[in-house]
Design a protein around this ligand. Structure first.
Ligand SMILES: *Cc1c(COP(=O)(O)O)cnc(C)c1O
Length: 381
């Protein structure tokens, strides 16, 4: 049988009547960008996360860039970021004009190692960007303590972390602010690209709202809008698409169900893969992270490439998160890092393999995946 890495079509079919009614409302209102559906979605996300402010954007990547700019990060600043993450975490820092300073990760959470953060601080460090990956949040009490001691902003790349709470606080709200991505494979996925900034800080929220719509272009606009001291700041067109906002509005009431379905399959994998030789299943959540959301089910295998090839021959698609740590990517070569600088991340990049995981996976498919993994694990032994 064939098992795709991700398939969201069945959920969309079930949700189609609700999507359609939001789309009809959008059509009747007649504003297809920056309109009422985005506002309604922002309200729904505020309710779901507990954020005071939510600012809809066209992608998680732009949300991250504008959040950094709104938090005052710019040229001359250093931002500490784990080297094991999606490209956008670091590219957003560069696009804001600042310099990413890479650090190694914790082998259990795959998130930034707080001790490494403390060791990387210089007089130019302005912020730290913890990234919450797969099914776990970073150790936010430790990261926040380091940041507070050194007066750094905490900007969370919480793009994967909708539904994750730490000590009762939703991911993205532990510091200055965070982002959500609604890329189709994410836990709450759109039918295209979309993202959002969430924050409790009114100033950051206001700046994000302005920046996503070209910024404030000089005094004329400042006078028109009645904002006397509006700084002239050029933004981007990063507004959220009303079609995607409509889709997400229809889906958000079923988000808890989708999270529960993902957890069901993660437990299935856990039970079946726990004791296989040469295979490591994901670590359990900590006491302080109040729950666990399974965006990605990531195993580690001694012979990762052999396992991936074996699964492919059995019709099973997998993904490698993340094949090359960012400090070794050619576009960051100028920063002067070398292989061996961050051994934990480099080891994870050689061993990590993500298995198919989505709410509508079937027992037959999950069983097929587990059989194939077990077959490989015992054969290479
Ligand atoms: C998905 C993701 C992003 C970017 O989100 P897009 O909506 O695809 O731009 C950023 N950081 C991390 C860790 C992600 O997983």
């Amino acid at each position: 049988m064939t098992v795709p890495f991700f398939d969201g079509r069945r959920s969309f079919t079930d949700e189609w009547p609700d999507i359609e009614s939001h789309l009809v409302e959008m059509f009747e209102y007649g504003k297809f960008s920056h309109g009422r559906k985005t506002e309604q979605l922002e309200r729904a996300v505020r309710l779901f996360t507990g954020a005071r402010y939510a600012i809809g954007m066209n992608s998680g990547s732009d949300a991250l860039l504008l959040l950094l700019r709104a938090a005052g990060i710019g040229p001359g600043d250093e931002v500490i970021v784990p080297c094991y993450t999606f490209f956008a975490s670091a590219s957003a820092i560069c696009h804001a004009g600042a310099t990413p300073v890479f650090v190694d990760i914790d082998p259990e959470t795959y998130a930034v190692d707080p001790a490494a953060v403390a060791a990387a601080i210089t007089e130019r460090t302005k912020a730290v960007m913890p990234v919450h990956l797969f099914n776990r949040m970073a150790d936010m009490s430790a990261v926040s303590a380091v940041a507070a001691r050194h007066g750094l902003s905490v900007i969370e790349d919480s793009a994967e972390a909708i539904g994750m709470f730490y000590d009762g606080v939703h991911a993205g709200l532990c510091g200055a602010g965070g982002v959500l991505s609604f890329f189709p494979t994410k836990t709450l996925g759109a039918l295209g690209d979309a993202g959002m900034v969430i924050t409790d800080d009114p100033l950051i929220a206001d700046r994000c709202a302005v920046l996503r719509h070209h910024g404030r272009m000089g005094q004329t606009i400042g006078r028109i809008s009645g904002i006397s001291n509006a700084a002239s700041v050029s933004g981007t067109n990063s507004k959220m698409d009303e079609v995607q906002a409509s889709v997400l509005l229809a889906r958000i009431p079923r988000l808890d169900r989708a999270i529960a379905r993902r957890a069901l399959w993660a437990r299935f994998y856990d039970r079946r893969l726990a004791d296989l030789p040469g295979v490591r299943i994901p670590a359990r959540h900590t006491q302080r992270q109040s729950n666990q959301v399974w965006y990605v089910y990531l195993i580690e295998a001694e012979d990762r490439d052999g396992l991936a090839e074996h699964l492919r021959r059995r019709g099973i698609d997998t993904e490698i998160y993340y094949p090359q740590p960012l400090h070794l990517q050619p576009c960051f070569a100028d920063l002067g890092y070398r292989e061996g600088d961050f051994p934990i991340a480099e080891r994870a990049a050689r061993r990590a393999l993500a298995l198919p995981l989505y709410p509508d996976l079937t027992e037959e498919a999950a069983d097929w995946v587990c059989r194939a993994v077990a077959e490989f694990a015992w054969s290479v032994r």
